[in-house]
Each structure stands twice: as C-alpha cells, then as structure tokens.
Design a protein around this ligand. Structure first.
Ligand code: ADP
Length: 220
C-alpha cells in the first residue's frame, strides 16, 4: 500500500547476524527499526539505527502496535531459539508483511520457516562454510554461487592460457566457462574481449555452471 515505507526494513533479533544486517542497512541509508527482547542490545544499537525497541516479536499484537505492518520488509535474525524464530515469522505474516527474510540454523528449521510464510530463508553459517571450502585451497580468490547452479569465480589464469588471446585459448569451448574480466597486477579490471592477451600472473573473472568453473579454477 502507499503507506508502506519503501526504504524501511524491520530487523528482529539484533544478535551477530541480525546486527550485521541492521548495521549494513543503516550504512546504505535505509530506515531501520530494530527489535530485540534483550535490553542491553537495544541500548547498544540505539545510536546506529533509526529506531530500536525492546519487545517480544513473537506477539502479533505487539508488532502491530509498533507499526511493523507498515513496513514492507522484515528480516528475522533469531536463530538458536527456533520456536521464537518460527512464531515471529508467523506473527509477521499475520500482520501482512509481504517480504519476510529469515535466518535458519538447520535445513529442518529452514523448511519450517518456508512453510510458515518466510519468503526468503538464508543459512548464513552453511553458506559461509561452503564459501570458505571453495577459497581455502587458494585456487579461487573469490567465489559467488547463484541458486540456479551458476557461479562466478575470481582465479589465477591457468598456465595453458598464458601468452595467448582468449580466442586462441578457446576456454569456452574447452572448459565451458566464459571469461568476463581480466586483471593484471597494478592495473584495473578490463572486460574480456576475444583479442585480450592473457599473461602469467593475470587474474580472471570467470562465469559458468558451478561444476565447470570449479574444474577450471582447479587448473590454476
Ligand atoms: P546470532 O547467532 O546471529 O547472534 P542468536 O539466535 O543468538 O543469533 O540471536 C538472536 C537475537 O534474537 C538475540 O539477541 C535475542 O535476544 C533475540 N531474540 C530471541 N527471541 C526473541 C523474541 N521473541 N523477540 C525479540 N528478540 C528475540
């Protein structure tokens, strides 16, 4: 509705995860209403967020009184107390919040949240664990996977691509990956073109199906 605050987000549970979400949203210039039942956390966040309230978020009437229904978006950062997390998502759904994001600490928790009305379920620890697994060997400098099995990685150019243009090394037909950008040390990133010459030490940004980019990065 027109009364919805387009740029405003409610963040419930200002623990490690919810606190980081709220802090980033505030830095990006959004209005943030933070809610936590812990008065110490409410105190801690008072200067950073637009509004911070001490309340039990599992209670729909409490949320309604706080005007949470006027926010289009909510992030539920409650994790370890699964019951409180689920009841909070139910309460948000009941008062008509149309974009509910919730943190899950396990796949079972996540499945319950989805059934309860959460529109987006995130698994911060599982996601970061998977990310670190990709980065820990040093083959990938950065790794982003999208939920449709597509990924973008930053990796060192493999030896077989050195001293050739991208069209000569034909990485797309041989490995099923597309080089998107190239970075030479002490230079800016450039968009990859067929005649871009790759040298030893160059860093590549490569996209493609996750298993393809994983295999390609392992060459480096
Ligand atoms: P993290 O691991 O990200 O710190 P936690 O699950 O430990 O996540 O923290 C969740 C936060 O949510 C805590 O600050 C806690 O006080 C708050 N919280 C838990 N239950 C409720 C509730 N019913 N209403 C409001 N805040 C809650």
């Amino acid at each position: 509705s027109s009364s919805q605050r387009a740029d405003s987000v409610v963040v419930i549970g200002l623990g490690r995860f919810g606190g980081a979400v709220a802090d980033s949203l505030a830095r990006l210039g959004h209005d943030v209403l933070g809610i936590d039942e812990n008065p110490d956390l409410v105190q801690t966040w008072a200067d950073t967020l637009t509004h911070v309230v001490q309340a039990d978020a599992t209670n729909a009437d409490v949320l309604r009184r706080l005007g949470v229904g006027e926010f289009g978006r909510a992030v539920v950062g409650i994790g370890s107390d699964v019951e409180a997390s689920v009841l909070t998502v139910l309460a948000l759904e009941e008062i008509g919040v149309t974009d509910i994001w919730a943190k899950a600490i396990s796949t079972k928790h996540g499945r319950i949240l989805e059934r309860t009305g959460a529109h987006h379920v995130v698994y911060p620890e599982a996601a970061m664990g998977e990310r670190v697994a990709h980065l820990v060997t040093g083959k990938m400098i950065d790794f982003i996977e999208f939920d449709d099995g597509f990924a973008i990685v930053k990796t060192k150019a493999p030896r077989e691509a050195w001293d050739k243009t991208l069209s000569e090394s034909a990485l797309r037909s041989r490995y099923g990956v597309t080089v998107v950008g190239v970075k030479r040390s002490r230079a800016d990133f450039t968009y990859a073109k067929p005649d871009t010459l790759i040298e030893s030490g160059d860093i590549l940004i490569v996209s493609g199906a996750t298993d393809r980019v994983e295999r390609f990065a392992a060459l480096s």
